[in-house]
Design a protein around this ligand. Sequence first.
Ligand code: KG4
Ligand code: ZN
Length: 344
Amino acid sequence: MLVLGIETSCDETGVALYDGAHGLLAHALHSQVRLHAQYGGVVPELASRDHVRKTLPLLREIFQQAGVTPGDVQGVAYTRGPGLIGALLVGAAIGRSLAWAWQVPSLGVHHMEGHLLAPMLEAEPPEFPFVALLVSGGHSLLVQVAGIGRYQILGESIDDAAGEAFDKTAKLLGLPYPGGPALAKLAEQGTPGRFKFPRPMTDRPGCDFSFSGLKTAAINTWRKLEPTPENRADVAQAFEEAVVETMVIKCRRALQHTGLKRLVVAGGVGANRRLRERLRELAEERGGRVYYPRLEFCTDNGAMIAYAGWRRLAAGQAEDAAIDVLPRWSLDGLPALNPVAISQ
Ligand code: KG4
Ligand code: ZN
């Protein structure tokens, strides 16, 4: 089954063609970073308008890349939520309309399920069950994954998401948008050990996260210092180390609690090098393995939506010809998929 995937939940237009028998045939992405940079963050209305401009040209590009025609498409998947409502509506309207015109089924995909399944696009995909750490700009979740749609949330952020904490701290340190990657780059030049920030919520049981106090600790320290490049890098290093170590502690707990050895890390913050290094050590320490999507599929992309859509469409799931999106959508309310009901 050949599925077209469309991702427009935030500031990236991503499209892809995934085929059950041949895998990922083509994908393309347009990032709106330059559009939003001058405002220091995503401007939702500008995001929606840019998705309108970019989606169809990107679709033409992937059909050409893959050497297939719209007549070959057997299903359309688009991101239904969570995300920015206007941005979601663009992908939903285009995806649903194409499916209707092409007379094929379509399905609205959960953005975080897309992230969660992104490592399945790699040469050595993880087998179920596993623990997933999903860390993006809007969410921080630890999930026990028994199969598709069989998700038990072990912990989540009670305030800022991990990526949000990176972005806000970066902004307060005077770094350009998007802050997360800029802060991570700067942290590499920092002197380890000069500052030590708290590891929030690690002194009590459970796998929930809280990052907003950490952001405040970093900023209060920064404001008392001379604003030199060295000081900025040292604060960035200590902030990144605190976020990373907190996530490592929670992942260790989640693995201990579930007795699982496989850990999947996905979402934009999963691109963080220090996090990847520390989680690899954790998995080795526990005699297990950590699985990541390739870097370009850690952040938002169309391939993960095409893949997640294919899994569900190929199992017979589809929806009525109505366009609705869910800017807020709980991951553990998704219908479970019967593991044997898969056709190519
Ligand atoms: O998954 P994603 O592309 O979009 C959402 O679904 O939110 O994640 C974007 C988030 C942003 O907050 C960004 O700053 C963060 O991921 N991010 C990083 C890194 N690369 C992206 N955070 C820390 N280190 C990185 N290398
Ligand atoms: Zn995302």
